[in-house]
Design a protein around this ligand. Structure first.
Ligand code: KMH
Ligand code: ZN
Length: 309
């Protein structure tokens, strides 16, 4: 029998900016509400970044995270997953500040340094709401998203060994799978590995179906039954790639961090709308979605009673 599908929803991220969509949650209240709605729609895991409540600029400030994390915890049973990728202008120390304070059940762990070019992401914006947005995007044609082996080992040490947090291993290209295999072989990381394969970021592997198959085949070869596979794809590829993942026995991530759309040229009204759409597709394919408890069991998470918020 097919395993149930774990649906993760990434609520706001650090790629899109407020001028791109009015639906993008920005304030702690909006982030909490959107996360709760996504969990009610079927997301077992909620992936979170924070933003400056006034300007919407990505922020690493733990105090801002602490304004929405307890609200989400009180209203849902979903697994809270905090980014360690942060935003494009943050150091690794910045990126670790909130996860260290919140000690969540999960956090992301980006598996390699790479170009991360989102300089064209605002091409359709006619009116910028905030001064920071355009320069933030423009300078990414010269941006290196830093995730060295030493950074990776440090995040594992601090969050994994230190707080019992487990990881969403973000793999944007085939080499990242090999980086993770190296870490597994050296026992830097422990199975089961939750491997988030990512398609369509400029700097990572392109969103072509054959690449999805190749990433899965490579992960199968490298990790065997020591991993749990998930897929996200940027922008218009989101629903097609998550559907393919479901058909192939994988898990899925949706959310406004990854795409602002619900269909061709049509903005999503909320994170919950994307969760409901992928849920509908999966259920039409006779697949079942996993509850938070089932996700916890499969990913061997420490439990919501052992977090710091
Ligand atoms: N923005 C996604 C492509 C992170 O938060 O660590 C990857 C991501 C990174 O979610
Ligand atoms: Zn993220």
């Amino acid at each position: 029998m097919a395993e149930k599908v774990i649906v993760c929803c990434a609520i706001t991220g650090a790629i899109h900016t407020p001028s791109m969509s009015d639906a993008l949650p920005v304030t702690p209240e909006q982030i909490a509400r959107s996360a709760i709605e996504a969990a009610e729609a079927g997301a077992a895991i909620i992936h979170l970044h924070a933003r400056n409540p006034e300007t919407g600029e990505p922020t690493p400030d733990p105090d801002v995270f602490m304004r929405f994390l307890p609200v989400i915890k009180q209203s849902t049973d979903a697994v809270v997953n905090i980014t360690t990728g942060g935003g494009l202008n943050m150091t690794v120390d910045d990126r670790l500040a909130a996860p260290m304070r919140a000690k969540p059940e999960m956090c992301s762990l980006n598996m390699g340094s790479m170009n991360f070019n989102i300089s064209r992401a605002g091409d359709r914006v006619k009116h910028w709401k905030h001064a920071w947005e355009k320069p933030y995007l423009d300078r990414t044609d010269d941006h290196i998203f830093r995730n060295t082996f030493r950074d990776i080992a440090r995040i594992v040490e601090v969050m994994g060994k230190g707080h019992g947090t487990r990881f969403e291993f973000e793999c944007y290209d085939v080499g990242h799978l090999y980086n993770l295999a190296y870490c597994l072989e050296r026992r830097i990381v422990e199975p089961p590995l939750f491997v988030q394969t990512i398609f369509g970021i400029l700097g990572g592997i392109g969103a072509e179906p054959r690449n999805l198959l190749f990433m899965k085949e490579t992960a199968d070869r490298l990790f065997g039954d020591a991993y749990v596979w998930s897929v996200l794809a940027a922008g218009r590829h989101q629903m097609a790639f998550t559907t393919m993942a479901g058909i192939l026995g994988g898990n899925v991530r949706v959310g406004l961090e990854d795409s602002l759309y619900i269909g061709r040229g049509k903005f999503a009204r909320s994170n919950a709308e994307q969760v409901s759409k992928i849920r509908r597709i999966l259920e039409e394919l006779s697949l079942e979605i996993a509850s938070p408890a089932e996700a916890r069991e499969r990913l061997k998470l420490k439990g919501a009673d052992r977090v710091g918020f």
